[in-house]
Design a protein around this ligand. Structure first.
Ligand code: G3I
Length: 301
């Protein structure tokens, strides 16, 4: 096929993009979005600070705009992210203990209920494991409410929306390493105890290389009985950017439970790391060599 989404769909997958509500009035942006992608993720609009700016007061306007943009185009919508140590509203940052735990679980319930039946996959918990080679949990106010906070979040999300795939999402987990093995151990335990989890998201914010065991890492998670999704892909320009994008595509295609890939933005100018020109379209919306390498890999079947 001649577009990313249609080519991914040939193998039952999606090729998606993170999008910003504030850019939906940009015709170049929405033109590429509707032509090329069959999945969307709100870059910021469904985060805790955006959806519950004060306790018990919910603001879904911008999240709904992203949802409706996706659904109107027949795209899958990934929800991002129900609980995360970052981008919390000020009122939540000052909570701890049982007050934080109940506020956090209520947040999961309220947001997942609002979007019930419309979200393909939720990043229920984002970035709960620490960097630095320990494989341990990240120290955060949420972690300090008790080690079972992640399990509680997944159970609340399942109760609120039985239809959404429930994902754990993280970064620097793109090969076999202490952090990805920490996640692996948690997922294995969840599956053994019947804690509802359906997928693991690998953000894949890559530099100028890709771990040699990238595919093997995806496969070991799939072998636990969960889907794997590449959720925030971008690749620094300057190395073999096109080749790395192709390698990620081929790895996902080779793992049957890899359900799709999402790039974290559309044009280089839309990126959170815009200085590295890490995306598939240049600032003017033209296709880069990386775009062509992805399309070729998707069509290789
Ligand atoms: O909305 C406010 C606006 O009102 C204010 O005027 C402006 C200046 O202070 O800030 C705006 O909020 C910014 C928000 O993006 C929306 O543009 C925040 O400051 C800024 O920190 C936030 O950055 C986002 C970042 O997550 C933190 O939430 C990036 O756009 C987004 O690309 C990035 O994405 C994360 C994923 O969610 C999780 N994985 C890592 C990835 C990259 O950091």
């Amino acid at each position: 096929a001649s577009t990313l989404g249609a080519s991914a769909a040939q193998s039952g997958r999606y090729y998606g993009a993170a999008i910003a509500a504030g850019k939906l009035g940009d015709a170049t942006y929405t033109g590429i979005l509707t032509r090329e992608f069959n999945a969307v993720t709100p870059e910021n609009e469904m985060k805790w600070d955006a959806t519950e700016p004060s306790q018990g007061r919910y603001t879904f306007t911008n999240g709904d705009r992203i949802l409706n943009q996706g659904l109107s185009n027949g795209s899958k919508v990934r929800g991002h992210a129900l609980l995360w140590h970052a981008q919390q509203p000020g009122w939540a940052q000052s909570l701890s203990g049982s007050a934080l735990r109940s506020a956090a679980i209520n947040h999961v319930t309220q947001v997942a209920t609002h979007y019930q039946g419309k979200i393909y996959a939720w990043d229920v918990v984002n970035e709960a494991f620490a960097d630095g080679g320990s494989g341990a949990r990240r120290d955060s106010t949420l972690q300090r409410t008790g080690n079972d906070w992640i399990e509680a979040a997944f159970r609340a999300a399942r109760a609120a929306d039985p239809n959404a795939k429930l994902c754990y999402n993280d970064y620097n987990t793109d090969g076999v390493n202490a952090k990805s093995t920490g996640v692996y151990t948690m997922v294995k335990d969840f599956k053994a105890r019947g804690v509802p989890i359906d997928c693991v998201g690998f953000q894949s914010h890559l530099g100028t290389g890709i771990p040699g065991d990238y595919q093997a890492n995806l496969q070991r998670f799939a072998d636990l009985g969960v889907d794997v999704q590449i959720t925030e892909l971008d690749v620094a320009q300057g190395g073999n950017q096109a080749g790395i994008y192709a390698s990620v595509t081929r790895a996902c295609m080779a793992v049957s439970r890899c359900t799709g890939i999402t790039v974290w933005g559309i044009r280089d100018s839309d990126s959170w790391r815009t200085g590295e020109n890490p995306l598939l379209f240049d600032n003017s919306g033209n296709k880069k060599a990386a775009y062509t390498s992805v399309l070729t890999a998707l069509n290789a079947g």
